[in-house]
Design a protein around this ligand. Structure first.
Ligand SMILES: Nc1ncnc2c1ncn2[C@@H]1O[C@H](COP(=O)(O)OP(=O)(O)OP(=O)(O)O)[C@@H](O)[C@H]1O
Ligand SMILES: [Mg+2]
Length: 265
């Protein structure tokens, strides 16, 4: 078992903090701490007749260690929501909190610090440097982090312990995505936000990537949110949330999480 983020404090220097009763590890009911809270969250791109209302009042909560799958048609607002939770974009209205910090009033410098210290991102296209090895790609991040994993440890966690010194250009798509996951988790982020991590992969390869995410969630305790278009993937989550037209229209709690290995799509 690899020690995760739970021993770390959740400082975000100069980030506006406000009192949030559930910011402690567990609240009075014994429930796990709230990591994200959104209330009436809205996002409008542009203005005037061409304005697009990407989020129309999202209310959601995510607790520490949860594995959440976000489903929804193209254009329903999934990436917009993830980007606001990850500090990549500003909301237009409402509130989004990470632990006891208000993301909606944070300025760019505060959001940059929040992303760097607390968020790991995984995107559909891996954004790796092909002329570097797997280990070197991960090391680019760990050199900047305060309490990183050893790159070899992060790569072993995603099943690439035998590929440390392979150039990324020599790896398969699924292996490259697992290097991207290793890179994202090596700084021991609080949360891992994944936008269609299996979108460019066939089912068998996608399962290997999901198994890596499962393992990080179970063994490191990282809170994971995964956007996907493949509805069966919702089976591996604690909860599935479905977005439609900028709102969460359905939430399903899985009494029992499936193993990624049994999925097909
Ligand atoms: N930078 C932007 N400028 C203007 N409109 C945008 C921008 N980003 C997203 N939108 C619009 O906001 C809406 C929600 O987009 P978003 O990318 O969140 O959808 P999505 O659910 O992630 O879709 P997909 O499954 O296709 O990735 C869409 O109508 C989109 O066209
Ligand atoms: Mg998207």
């Amino acid at each position: 078992m690899i020690s995760g983020h739970e021993q770390r404090s959740h400082s975000m220097t100069e980030m506006p903090a406000s009192v949030c009763p559930s910011a402690s590890p567990a609240d009075a009911s014994g429930e796990r701490a709230l990591v994200f809270v959104a209330r009436g969250l809205t996002k409008t791109y542009g203005s005037g007749p061409t304005a697009v209302q990407a989020l129309r009042g999202v209310d959601m909560e995510v607790r520490a260690g949860e594995f959440i799958v976000l489903l929804g048609a193209s254009g329903s607002g999934k990436s917009t929501l993830l980007n606001i939770l990850g500090g990549l974009d500003h909301a237009s209205g409402g509130v989004a909190r990470w632990r006891d910090h208000d993301l909606t009033t944070a300025d760019d410098a505060q959001l940059t610090r929040y992303r760097r210290e607390h968020v790991g991102f995984v995107f559909q296209f891996y954004n790796l440097i092909p002329s570097l090895t797997a280990r070197e790609n991960v090391a680019l991040v760990t050199e900047l982090a305060a309490h990183p994993m050893d790159p070899a440890q992060a790569l072993a966690l995603v099943g690439l312990g035998e590929r440390l010194d392979h150039f990324v250009s020599q790896l398969s798509g699924g292996e490259q995505q697992r290097v991207a996951i290793a890179r994202a988790i090596a700084k021991r982020p609080d949360t891992l936000l994944c936008d269609e991590p299996t979108g460019a992969l066939d089912c068998a390869t996608g399962i290997l990537v999901l198994q890596a995410l499962e393992k990080v969630n179970r063994e490191v305790g990282t809170t994971v949110i995964v956007i996907t278009h493949n509805a069966p993937i919702a089976g591996i989550a604690d909860r599935m949330m479905r977005l439609a037209d900028g709102r969460i229209v359905e939430t399903v709690v899985n009494a029992r999480r499936l193993e990624a290995a049994v999925l097909s799509w």
